[in-house]
Design a protein around this ligand. Structure first.
Ligand SMILES: [Cu+2]
Length: 426
């Protein structure tokens, strides 16, 4: 007897990635041979076989949990009764909070069937591998995770000839009003990070964006093996094995970035950057919380000289994406703390007819909407939002509202397909 497991309703290995938010999955009997059938002339009922799912992991790798419906508690094992005739049965898989993966496929979901005369599910009938792919603190990455991320970034940049140029061109002085200084700041940057992350995952599906906790020292991040250390001239130095040494933007080799005012980022938090606790305490309404665009966000940008300091050049430095990943994580934490995933709840956003275009919930966001001219920039680099094999949202042309319910907590179809190591599913 055999069963087939479909993670994210797919048999593709590229879809076998989950987060803390539940992924829709299916299981069906593909080969009933070996299951004893009742002997005629007894009436033959619709025959089902009891199958138990469980997560098998290594000591350091990921783990998953299960549930049979869209609500209710997650459990370490799940019993399902599958029609022998092969009809699919729905279930949900989520990463077990606190147990993210460290490598692709380091979780195995095992299916064991109860085949009479056995009285418990003991016969192995199928398995599927998956990864609990989670955005983590850059400081907590293994060397292998770090190298996969750095390699994917370098490949996307391709020494200045790659698709990274589009991401650099999305974040310029000309496009700034689409993304800054108004309530769409957080939703726009969430979409921007997602688009980049999906491009990195097309290169290496095991990669998730890490974040830089700018309110803490970062002893691993600002080293030559990772995002580099700055010399006295503000040129970022990489080790001979780090492919970021070939970083090129706007036709210029290298990254310019140096800490100001004797700040030592490997041993000290960003000077003047408010803590995570202070950020989360800015207020329970979005209008108050979004003041974080100034501090910590702006303050974290301006602790440095070089690219990262100014809007027009910040995205030339890959540190931008780790800085913003932490900004986004703080928003996610605040959303969780205050229940702010639902666009229908006024305090989840700060809509106002006077907001500039791109800063109200139903506005489409540039550049993914492809609109140029008028109140939008003259070009729209990069085209539509990258798709994902793991989540259908936010679609090719996300709206501001598409960024709010990122876990699909309000409506499962809204799940975008990322999670943070320290932000649970609602
Ligand atoms: Cu920005």
């Amino acid at each position: 007897m055999n069963v087939e497991l479909q993670i994210n309703d797919s048999t593709s290995p590229n879809a076998a990635f989950v987060g803390w938010a539940p992924s829709p999955c299916r299981i069906r009997v593909t080969n009933p041979a070996g299951f004893p059938l009742p002997v005629p002339p007894l009436p033959i009922p619709p025959i089902r076989v009891r199958v138990r799912l469980r997560s098998v992991s290594t000591a350091t790798g990921g783990a998953v949990v299960f549930r049979s419906g869209t609500t209710g508690a997650f459990t370490d094992t799940l019993d399902l009764n599958l029609p022998l005739a092969g009809t699919s049965v729905r279930f949900y898989v989520a990463g077990k909070f606190g147990r993210p993966s460290v490598a692709r496929g380091d979780v195995t979901i095992e299916a064991r069937a109860q085949i009479p005369p056995a009285t418990s599910p003991t016969t192995l009938v199928g398995r599927a591998r998956c990864m609990v792919r989670i955005r983590k603190n850059a400081e907590s990455l293994t060397a292998a995770e770090r190298d996969r991320f750095v390699n994917a970034l370098a490949t996307l940049n391709n020494q200045g000839a790659g698709r990274f140029a589009d991401f650099r061109n999305m974040h310029t002085d000309v496009s700034s009003p689409q993304a800054h200084g108004a309530p769409g700041f957080l939703p726009w940057h969430r979409a921007y990070l997602l688009d980049l992350e999906r491009e990195l995952q097309a290169i290496d599906p095991s990669v998730a964006l890490p974040y830089w906790r700018f309110d803490q020292p970062a002893p691993k991040l600002f080293t030559p093996d990772f995002f580099g250390s700055s010399n006295a001239n503000g040129a970022v130095q990489f080790s001979a094995t780090n492919p970021l040494q070939f970083w090129v933007t706007d036709g210029v080799q290298g990254v310019t970035r140096a800490p100001l005012n004797n700040w030592i980022p490997t041993t000290q938090p960003g000077p003047g950057v408010i803590t995570e606790a202070a950020t989360l305490a800015l207020g329970a309404a979005y209008a108050a919380f979004s003041g974080m665009e100034g501090n910590p966000h702006g303050t974290a940008h301006t602790r440095w000289s070089g690219f990262i300091r100014s809007i027009g050049t910040a995205a030339k430095d890959p540190l931008f994406f780790m800085l913003h990943c932490n900004v986004d994580r703080l928003w996610a934490k605040w959303q969780k703390q205050n229940g702010r995933f639902d666009a229908a709840v006024a305090a989840s956003f700060a809509g106002d007819p006077n907001n500039p275009i791109g800063h109200n919930l139903n506005d489409t966001m540039w550049p993914w909407n492809g609109i140029t001219g008028g109140q939008r920039p003259p070009t729209a680099p990069g085209g539509a939002m990258a798709s994902s094999p793991n989540a259908s949202a936010p679609g090719p042309q996300p709206r501001v509202r598409s960024s709010l319910d990122y876990q699909g907590a309000i409506s499962a179809v809204n799940r975008i397909g990322f999670d943070y190591d320290d932000v649970r599913f609602v």
